[in-house]
Design a protein around this ligand. Structure first.
Ligand SMILES: [Zn+2]
Length: 130
């Protein structure tokens, strides 16, 4: 990958990072706001378990995306950006265009997610319904 392309993707990754950080900030503001106002209006009703579960799923999603951003930035430092961490093949630029933080090719990503889902099922004891 030429330097110009790389610079472009670095910029995209950093933008992604800003977006995620912004999301986390507004989430924590929402959380603060909601706990304050609810506590004021109804003394006894705090956040329901459902609210907390929803919030924590949003946060863990952000954390996961943040981990991807960090991995991608690390691969740039290591000089392996654009190369699949699992099979060592080049990740097509069209894929990086859609997902600049991708560190795996589509095939390996699918396998990775399958492995991860298998590892997760049973761990938390519940499944998200779509
Ligand atoms: Zn691969």
């Amino acid at each position: 990958m030429d330097e110009k392309k790389k610079e472009y993707f670095i910029k995209r990754i950093l933008e992604e990072r800003e977006r995620i950080l912004g999301g986390l900030n507004s989430l924590s503001e929402d959380y603060q706001g909601a706990t304050d106002s609810k506590a004021a209006e109804f003394e006894e009703t705090a956040w329901t378990e459902r609210d907390k579960e929803y919030l924590s799923s949003l946060i863990s999603q952000d954390i996961e995306e943040m981990a991807e951003v960090n991995e991608a930035l690390k691969s740039i430092v290591d000089g392996t950006y654009g190369i699949c961490v699992d099979c060592g093949q080049k990740i097509p630029e069209e894929r990086l265009e859609v997902k600049p933080t991708a560190i795996r090719c589509v095939k390996c990503q699918e396998k990775y997610e399958m492995r991860r889902n298998a590892a997760n099922s049973g761990g938390l004891g519940y499944r998200q319904s779509e």
